[in-house]
Ligand binder design. Sequence first.
Ligand code: SF4
Length: 364
Amino acid sequence: MKAKKRKILLLPRAMFQRRLLEWFRKHRRELPWRASRDPYRIWVAEVMLQQTRIAAVIPYYDRFLARFATVESLAQARPQEVLKFWAGLGYYSRARNLHASAKKIVDDHGGEFPRELDAALALPGIGRYTAAAVLSIAYDAPLAVLDGNVARVLARLGAVRGDLRAPRRWQHLSEAADRLLARHAASDWNQGLMELGEIICMPQNPRCTECPVAQACRAFALKLVAKIPAPRRKRAPVKIQIAAAILRDPSGRTLLVKDPGAHDGVLFSRMWQFPAVEVKSDAAAELRAHLLATLRVETPSLEPLATARHGVTFRHITLLPFLARVPQLPKQPRARIVPLNRFASLPVSSATRKIAAAAPGSAQ
Ligand code: SF4
């Protein structure tokens, strides 16, 4: 005989739904993307919020929406301009996909974010979570969302132990999210669960005494809150050194390249960057050889500048900038010459900004 699945809640589902919805409608925070039900604005927010905290997203979001107020304006923009307004948020493939999706929405969907799940999933860079979030929040589509925040809340409610990202456990939580979904109010429901995870059922020190659904919560009843979710095993940090050359001509201009090497995908996100190389043993010698091989530039003197630290997930990166004064900058098809004192307006990654900050005469 098949074992009966344990119910996730200690309260009847309807009561649980009512309590969470009432709490959300009373306590919801005013966030810029909650000012309307415009799917475009909700979509941009959901993409920015992947990997980035709400407080950090808000200024970027406001600037982005001030420049690209509609999906049409985003679709028409030049890629470099989109990246410029994204610069600093990191994970630049998100901006590229957002831009590509905006074009598709304008070309194939008359400028309206698609209402069908399959059509939303066919847009570049949109996965199950983002599609469900946008469709439910904007259109009240009855689709449950499950991200790390919601998974933590559900795991505590049901006293689910172990690694939540383990495929079977995640599947179990996903099914629980579907069963609990308040189908008549999917927009408020999903936002309510996310909000609960953000401001009450936080990873550390959740505020159980203020929780509107504490009576439904098994972890609370069993005094297991501090043990759920189980801490994830972190990947061991990897130390990397990147040497970068700030070539500088007598007019204070420098050279940026699109370099497929030097951890391009992770560190510089395929954006304009200083010529750089991963250091094996001798930073200056390896950088000099790299400049000669890729740009045909001879740099007998490389002046070491202040180093900077940069972290990307498990990678602990030390940036080693070097200044090379050159009589003139080389002309290359995949290179760009820019004044160092106008760096602030360029679409570059934060690692490149840190390198530039070390150069005398740069402006950030
Ligand atoms: Fe989270 Fe505590 Fe509420 Fe349970 S009672 S859902 S652990 S805040």
